[in-house]
Design a protein around this ligand. Structure first.
Ligand SMILES: Cc1ncc(COP(=O)(O)O)c(C=O)c1O
Length: 429
């Protein structure tokens, strides 16, 4: 809050397409899709009409013991994305979707033959949300350290095969040595694990890191051989962000649970969904008094306005070939970041990109090393960029672009120009 004294919040009065309009008549490009959710930009007309049409019918009714056309069609369309996962459970935010998947996995093992499977593993540098289980699954101490006393221990898989993107030679093959180290540490706990959680291929809040999908292929074989569930957190990566409808598709794997949010409604409403299989579903299906049901409910699960937005967003992704266009345009986005690195004399290193995400780390050009974190170079860069007209919001000293998936070229150019000026002024000054 103290930061706001010198850097007041933007007073937004309107948002449209790529732009935020402020009360002091500024127009600011939203270069990070409002925390990664506005996949079609602000105020998309078709989504807006779908939400208004739903509003004329009803805005929300209890989801227990009711159904409606929008939710039925949405569920059918979501399940068609991963044909092996034919069941959907709705909630109202990403963190809760992660909690639901973890709870479901735990309860599945408890009542379907492996009650000893009570632990979870997840990836170094992962992020899965802010509720306590999701914090425990994540690996971002900035957010979790005050709450350690509440968090169950979740084993972290280290030594991930990080790459700069699909053109990196490590993309296709992580190498046997790297995998053997990971496999032997997983083997030690194989019998106690309920599930392994991961953000597939792209880790967002942990620093926009990209790792080889080959790792996921190997992890998936290991998990099925060892009776361990896979929980894919596609909350950031789902719906085309990485150039595939789901990032798991880069690895050709089918997890037991897929968590979706953000792009699910194109950022129009709080909604999340967990997809799972008939096998999981059947483990909970029984007479009420058997006590096998999954007893989890959120007031706003299946919220009708969000569902209407989600259904229309899915139609737009298809009609406008959004995923295909991301895969075609991704190289140009990371190319822009690369050019900025070239034009800022060593101030940006470790350029990387996948789909419609590109990132790089602010580096001291004199030493080639990171600046001390206390210097908050990323924050300085953020302030400069906002003054120049783009909302960048780096993670620490990692600068990234994560614009709406349909952002026109000229706006991407403007984001790049502002970023370059912002970086130059931070390093120069
Ligand atoms: C990968 C991932 N998982 C979970 C979450 C949490 O979602 P929410 O903020 O809707 O709780 C986020 C949010 O940024 C995320 O990026």
């Amino acid at each position: 809050m103290k930061d706001y004294e010198g850097f007041p919040p933007l007073h937004v009065v309107r948002a449209e397409d790529s732009f935020l309009y402020t009360s002091d008549s500024r127009r600011i490009i939203d270069a990070i899709s409002s925390w990664w959710c506005k996949s079609l930009g602000h105020g998309n007309l078709r989504v807006s009409q779908a939400v208004k049409a739903q509003l004329r019918k009803f805005e929300h009714v209890i989801m227990a013991n009711t159904c409606n056309d929008v939710l039925v069609e949405l569920s059918e369309r979501l399940c068609a994305i991963v044909p092996e996962l034919s069941k959907v459970f709705y909630a109202d935010n990403g963190s809760t979707a992660v909690e639901i998947a973890m709870k479901m996995s735990l309860q599945y093992h408890r009542q379907c033959g492996s009650p000893e499977r009570t632990r979870f593993a997840s990836l170094e540098n992962g992020y899965h949300g802010e509720t306590v289980l999701a914090l425990a699954a994540g690996d971002c101490s900035l957010y979790s350290s005050p709450f350690k006393s509440l968090m169950p221990e979740v084993r972290k898989i280290v030594g991930l095969p990080y790459v700069s993107g699909p053109n990196d030679e490590g993309w296709e093959d992580m190498g046997d040595d790297g995998w053997e180290n990971i496999r032997s540490s997983l083997d030690e706990h194989a019998g106690s694990l309920a599930a392994v959680l991961f953000e597939p291929v792209l880790q967002g809040a942990g620093g926009m890191r990209i790792y080889s999908p080959d790792f996921l292929g190997r992890l998936s074989s290991w998990a099925s051989a060892n009776g361990v569930h896979l929980i894919a957190d596609e909350i950031l990566t789902g719906f085309g962000r990485t150039g595939r409808m789901l990032a798991c598709m880069h690895a050709g794997i089918t997890p037991d649970f897929v968590c979706l949010s953000k792009g699910l409604t194109a950022g129009w409403g709080p909604m999340s969904a967990v997809l799972t299989s008939d096998i999981v579903y059947d483990c909970f299906y029984s007479d009420y008094n058997d006590g096998r049901a999954f007893m989890h409910s959120n007031t706003y699960c299946g919220h009708a306005l969000s569902a209407a937005a989600a259904l229309e967003a899915l139609k737009i992704y298809e009609d406008e070939r959004i995923v295909e266009s991301v895969s075609e345009r991704g190289d140009e986005l990371v190319g822009r970041m690369r050019r900025i690195a070239e034009n800022t004399s060593g101030a940006l290193t470790n350029v990387r990109g996948l789909g419609f995400v590109a990132a790089a780390d602010i580096t001291n050009p004199d030493t080639g090393k990171p600046f001390p974190a206390e210097m908050r170079k990323g924050f300085e860069c953020y302030k400069n960029a906002v003054a120049l007209g783009a909302l960048l919001r780096p993670i620490g000293d990692t600068i990234y672009f994560l614009p709406p998936l349909n952002t026109p070229e000229n706006i991407l150019d403007k984001i790049a120009e502002i970023t370059q000026d912002a970086v130059n002024s931070v390093i120069g000054g």
